[in-house]
Design a protein around this ligand. Sequence first.
Ligand SMILES: [Fe+2]
Ligand SMILES: [Fe+2]
Length: 183
Amino acid sequence: MTAPKLATKTPTKTAMHPADKASPRTSAKASSPLPPPKDAIALLKADHEAVNQLFAEYEGTRSVANKKALVAKICTALSVHVQIEEEIFYPAVKAALKDKLLVPEAMVEHAGVKNLIAQLEVAEPDGEVYDAKVKVLGEYVKHHVKEEHSDMFPQAKATSLDMAELGARMVTRRDELLADPAN
Ligand SMILES: [Fe+2]
Ligand SMILES: [Fe+2]
C-alpha cells in the first residue's frame, strides 16, 4: 500500500523518544539524545510512551503558545510514527502473518488519527473545540496503541521476522522524514 506523505508542514526536529519529554519551551535544545532502540517493537513502544507523555503534558497546559507548541510536537511525532509503521512495519507483519484483519484495522485507525492531525495543523488553540480535538486524538491513539500492544506485537514477535533489521530501517526512515517531511 502506498503510504501518504507526511502531513505536517512545520516539523520540529524532535523524534518521539523517551529523551524527548522536554516542555515546548525547551524543545529546541539538541543535547546528547539517547541512542534509539534498535528492535522494531521496542522502537514503536518507545514512540507510544513518548507521545502519551506529550498528551499528558497538554492536559496540564493552559498557555496558548505552549499548547500550540505541544500540538506541533504531537502531530510531527504521530505523523512520522504512522508513516514508518505503514511503510515498513505493517507490510512486514501483514506478510509474515498472512494477516487480513489486524493490519487493515490498524490502517483504518491511522486514517482517523491522520484526519484529526490535519484538522489540528490548521487550527488555532482558541478554545474548547481545539481542546476537544486534542483529547479525542489522544483517545484514538490510546485505543490504537492498546490493540498494537495486545494483538499485533505479540503475534509479530512469534514470527521469524528480523526485528533488529526492521527497527534499523525504521530508524533510518524516521530520521529522513524528520529532516525532510516532504521526502
Ligand atoms: Fe504504533
Ligand atoms: Fe499504528
